[in-house]
Structure formats: C-alpha cells, structure tokens
Design a protein around this ligand. Structure first.
Ligand code: PEP
Ligand code: MG
Length: 322
C-alpha cells in the first residue's frame, strides 16, 4: 500500500519529548536556498560554495562571491547559515584550484589543503563572506573542509578572526579529525561531521564507485564509532574548560536517512543538515521518538556487527517506518 504523504516540515525539529534538534538544509546557491527556506529549513547547515563556481576557469572576484553568498544569506534573515570554504578537488574539481593530473585526487590537494598550492584564494573568500555577512541579517558561521589536524583548525580559526568572522568551525570528514576532535574543538567553535567523506576515508572506499556502495555505508560500525568519538571529544574538551560542549552537527547524506538521523541524535549530535526534500521525513521520525529512545537506538546501532544489522535493528524499533 502507498504510504500516506508526510505533512510538510513545520520548521521546528523536535523529538517527541520536546528536545530541540534544528533541521537545516544543504544548499549550493541562492536558488536552492530559497527552495530550502520555503520547505521550512531552520537555516543552512552547509553552503557548498564550490557549487557557486563550478566550471569556472578563473577565481571568482570578491564582488562575484559577495553576490553569490548574499543571495543565500538573504533567504535566511536572522537564521544560521554555515558557509563552507571552497571544497575543490576529487569529486568536485575546480580548474583554478586543483590539478587534474594528480594520481590520487581523494588523497590529494583538496579542500582546505588548496591553500598550500594557491595561497590567497582562501583569504579573499573569507573577505567576501565577511562582506556579504555585513550586508545581511543572517547569522553567518564559516567552516573549512578536509581538515586533518588541530593545527590546521587553529590556523583556519585565525584566518577567520583576521577577516572579522566571529564563528569558525571545521568539518570532521577525515578519520584523524574524528579521533582528535577534542583538540580541534579547543581551537574552533563547532564541528560538522561530513559523513560522505568520513565514510569514504574510514572504509577506504571511493564514494563514487557503485561496486563499493556496501562499504560506503554510513551505518558501518566503524563510522558510527567515529561519530561517537567526535561527540565524546567535544564533551571532554568542554569538561576540561568547565563549559557546555561545543556543537557537533552532521551535514552528510546520513542525516537525510530518518532512522540514522535518530541514531545520530542519540549519539549526541546537536543539528542535522540535509537536502531540503528530506526534511519532512526526518522531522516525522524524529518527532516519533523521545531523546531517551534515540539514545537506546544509538546503543543498539553501536552494538551491531555490520551496517545491515545496525540498520535492520534500528528500523525494526521505529514503527513509523513500517
Ligand atoms: C561530506 O563529505 O559528508 C559532505 C557533507 O561534504 P561533500 O559531500 O560536499 O563532500
Ligand atoms: Mg566532504
């Protein structure tokens, strides 16, 4: 029988017992941001800025960048917009930043690392983000992709502060960053788990290869444990400073899988960011479980020996998915 259509997302992600989990959107530019705002997204958890400039052979000017970012900010006045600096390379080549002849692009000069080979591009991008933020009402947060060490996170935070950007963070999408999340969070204000790349790098399985799809599954026990390690790192860093833990979000596709979204919340993830069309499904399943149940489901997923077992065990406890 056909499933009844889901009610539209009402713009406030909560568990059944009222624990708030802001549901944000992943967008690639102003048009998608408008669609996400209309779908009730509570903000943007990932603006993929490289999508604004695909196919460009030259670095966009600061003015062009200001215009592109402002179009996104203007769709979310008063709301949070997390801007990711250019994540060029591997599956998202940008001719002005990346070298198409690298033998191993996923392990190459990509994301934050392009600052090694093209110095200045990142500073100009941060200046453009700061200018666009100053002309808008959005609460602008900035994060760097492909961070592997606390040192890189610290340097990114300094560059953001120099550009006048108050809130800086990094993506956790490399296993080394998940394992060292506590030291990273001494240097930045938040982290966002990019589970697409985190899965690829944890399982050593190219995310673009169909035959490796079963390995490339964010329900894999190793991936769930790295999510747990990241949240634990955030809690430990905060306990040392006697402060509330800094937020750990998720902006990979895993957040769009309603059963996995509940597990992520149970593991201690604070916000979920996903493609806008997934918001109603995730909101409905989240709203059907209490935080305590989400924690139990997270424990169940962590105790499974395989991705398939974890998924089946969790789904069997979520009657709304039947
Ligand atoms: C990710 O890696 O999970 C992520 C959100 O970034 P992208 O898919 O753009 O690499
Ligand atoms: Mg990524």
């Amino acid at each position: 029988a056909a499933r009844p259509t889901l009610p539209p997302f009402n713009g406030t992600g909560t568990t059944a017992d009222g624990h708030r989990v802001p549901l944000l959107a992943n967008v690639g530019g102003g048009e998608e941001a408008a669609v996400a705002a209309a779908a009730g997204a509570e903000g943007v958890g990932l603006l993929r800025t490289e999508f604004c400039f695909l196919n460009r052979t030259e670095e966009p000017t600061v003015e062009e960048q200001v215009e592109a970012y402002k179009a996104v900010f203007d769709a979310f006045p008063g709301k949070k917009v997390v801007v990711r600096t250019l994540d060029a390379g591997a599956d998202k080549p940008l001719p002005f930043l990346t070298d198409a002849t690298e033998p191993n692009p996923a392990l190459g000069v990509r994301g934050y690392r392009t600052d090694l080979t093209s110095p200045g591009v990142l500073e100009r991008q941060l200046a453009a983000i700061a200018q666009a933020a100053a002309q808008s009402q959005a609460q602008v947060w900035v994060m760097a992709p492909m961070i592997s060490t606390a040192g890189e996170a610290g340097r990114f935070a300094t560059l953001c502060a120099d550009a006048g950007l108050k809130t800086s963070g990094v993506m956790v999408e490399v296993p080394s960053a998940a394992v060292t999340a506590g030291s990273i969070l001494k240097r930045v204000d938040f982290v966002s788990l990019g589970t697409n790349d985190l899965t690829q790098y944890t399982m050593a399985a190219d995310r673009q290869l169909g035959p490796l799809a079963a390995l490339n599954d964010p329900w894999q026990p190793a991936v769930l444990r790295l999510v747990q390690a990241t949240v634990d790192g955030a809690r430990q860093a905060a306990a040392g400073e006697q402060e509330p833990a800094k937020p750990v979000g998720v902006c990979g596709e895993s957040a769009a899988d309603p059963a996995l979204a509940v597990v992520l919340v149970g593991l201690g993830v604070a916000t979920l960011s996903m493609t806008a069309r997934s918001l109603p499904g995730v909101a409905a399943v989240l709203g059907s479980t209490t935080l305590e149940q989400a924690r139990e489901l997270a424990a169940l997923a962590l105790s499974a020996d395989s991705a398939a077992e974890a998924r089946a065990a969790v789904r069997s406890k979520l009657p709304i998915l039947e």
